[in-house]
Design a protein around this ligand. Sequence first.
Ligand code: FAD
Length: 352
Amino acid sequence: MNIKRSKLKTNYISIMNIISQKSLLEHNTFNINVKANKYVNIKTETDLIKLLNQKQFKKIKKTIIGGGSNILLTKDIKGLVIHNQIQGIKILKSNIKSVIIEVGAGVIWDNLVSWSTKLQLYGIENLSLIPGSVGASPIQNIGAYGVELKDVFKELRAINLKTNKLRVFKKSECEFGYRNSIFKNELKEKYVISKIIIQLSKKQIVNTTYYGLENKLKKFTKKELTSELIRSKIIEIRNAKLPDPKIIGNAGSFFKNPTINKELLTNLQHDHPEIPFFENKIGIKVPAGWLIEKLKWRGHQEKNCGVSKKHALVIVNYGKATGKEILKLSNKIKKNVYKEFKINLEEEVSIL
Ligand SMILES: Cc1cc2nc3c(=O)[nH]c(=O)nc-3n(C[C@H](O)[C@H](O)[C@H](O)COP(=O)(O)OP(=O)(O)OC[C@H]3O[C@@H](n4cnc5c(N)ncnc54)[C@H](O)[C@@H]3O)c2cc1C
């Protein structure tokens, strides 16, 4: 009996294929070459729970990665890196108005968007071409062109990394905000998300609050505005604006757009009457890209890294930069923005 058990355990570890000293170069869009002490690729929720229950992994630090498009790796990662590749798109409910679907955390986000627009579903087409995995989408409540994940989100399934117990989080429990959720704050690094559940509309809902998109869609009739057409226009806009990580290493917007108060805005308007701003419930949002552009960082290069020529909010790796070099450059930008505008920029990217 004992022999059988230990055989099973050994087999199990080999099925899991745990790799030691694994380079993470191909697992982050900044193209940083650091190593994971131990690395494992997980394909099902059951495997994930079994892995976490293994004695040898109980006490070691676990780091979760998806597509690596929102992380800056500044050093080798100790402990175990879990690459979440849980697949599957499953329709849970469908009626004339909408469909509720459950999606595995390892599904590539843009494959989900493409799947939904091919079925003429509405809700996530404005989030086309955002790199990365479905499992990471709630972490910062991904958003673009007037839409955020929270607009379609219902609940998620996640495993507690300490107790290894599965928990369902309803939308209200995720505390979604602008590029924010409970998983970036109180529950940071405490859960691994295994599945998300979202609701998409079968009825046409078009969000053109982003003026660039409205411009592109003006010439089409209402009937022509399918989610697939909107997706194609979003892809055009994004390709023109953002550097492609397959060509040049980057993690999209490095900083969040800061929120400031009325008094600071009035002071800034004194020297910069043209400063763009948007009022929301929390305060006044100023585009971080505008602040950085104003200080002439766009196109700036420092040895192996720099600020994209296309977009001031995107820091790029010209090939051989280390995470520490990129972090140093980002801190210089932060300091400069604070000195000139008295605004503290906050990183959108997770620094690991
Ligand atoms: C060119 C480019 C454009 C981008 N544009 C946008 C945009 O328009 N809007 C936007 O919101 N973002 C954008 N991003 C950022 C990024 O694509 C998103 O944040 C995406 O959700 C990250 O997914 P990922 O799988 O790559 O996450 P990773 O980079 O692998 O991880 C990001 C964080 O989430 C955690 N994490 C990942 N998976 C899980 C999981 N299953 N459970 C628990 N924690 C997990 C990681 O530990 C890490 O802290 C862009 C990035 C790039 C490179």
